[in-house]
Design a protein around this ligand. Structure first.
Ligand code: HEC
Length: 157
């Protein structure tokens, strides 16, 4: 029934050839994409990071310059003991993530969302003693202040 005829052989060969052409084209595309996508470090803006730190609610659990709560480690540049290197910062956030996300859900009712640029700016703020010195209660939006004043999350009780 399933005898191998020359015409089938030619058809099969055709498929093989077009697959091979497809593979070559795809590999060539990948190679040029790789050339154009070398890693880029974003510009970091510590002032913007200061605003995000307050407005996004990091300050609900982490203090800076004695502003904010002490539910979690202080992120003071002076005593943070985190390498001045963004990837280490991110790795530490990742390790703290299960606790952080559970608490954010409890305290804020949602999990904080940010872009890569937001994280870069927050990182710059966390590393900048100078900008941190200018961080005061005045920087806290009312709704964030209220959550801090209401005390630690129910998750801690
Ligand atoms: C609802 C509470 C809460 C919020 C909000 C929160 N965190 Fe955390 N965070 C924690 C907890 C709990 C840990 C893990 C324990 C610890 O390090 O104190 C942690 C850990 C970290 C760590 C690791 C610290 C270390 O020394 O290993 C970093 C960095 C961090 N958070 C940054 C942030 C940033 C930036 C934000 C805002 C975008 C944020 N956190 C928001 C509770 C929170």
């Amino acid at each position: 029934m399933n005898s191998f005829t020359p015409s089938r052989f030619i058809a099969a060969l055709g498929v093989t050839v077009s697959l091979a052409t497809f593979a070559t084209t795809t590999i060539a595309k990948d190679a040029s994409a790789a050339e154009n996508s070398s890693p880029v470090m974003p510009q970091m803006d510590a002032e913007r990071g200061k605003t995000l730190f307050a407005e996004r609610g990091c300050v609900i659990c982490h203090s800076v310059n004695n502003v904010g709560s002490d539910v979690a480690t202080s992120l003071d540049a002076s005593n943070m003991n985190i390498a001045r290197e963004p990837f280490e910062f991110f790795a530490r956030m990742w390790r703290g993530a299960p606790q952080m996300l559970a608490l954010q859900q409890a305290d804020l009712g949602y999990q904080i969302d940010f872009s890569g640029q937001d994280i870069a700016d927050i990182f710059a703020f966390v590393q900048s003693r100078e900008i941190q010195e200018g961080f005061t209660e005045q920087d806290l939006p009312d709704h964030i202040k209220e959550i801090i004043d209401n005390g630690p999350s129910a998750a801690f009780e």
